[in-house]
Design a protein around this ligand. Structure first.
Ligand SMILES: [Zn+2]
Length: 57
């Protein structure tokens, strides 16, 4: 089986707590706790999200 080389980040909305996953290539991996502004489907607007990085084994 071919080894897959990517990580999955979880981002958590600071406003409503909604979590969702973003697949990333490992080269784009960022430190844990990175804040990013992305569109929240629950808030229906852009909010601050906290990024949690998961290592892919
Ligand atoms: Zn939200």
């Amino acid at each position: 089986m071919k080894k897959q080389d990517f990580t999955v980040s979880t981002v958590v909305c600071e406003v409503c707590g909604n979590e969702f996953f973003i697949p990333r290539k490992s080269a784009q991996r960022r430190p844990n706790g990175h804040n990013k502004t992305v569109y929240c489907i629950k808030c229906k607007r852009k909010t601050i999200h906290i990024e949690k990085v998961h290592k892919y084994f």
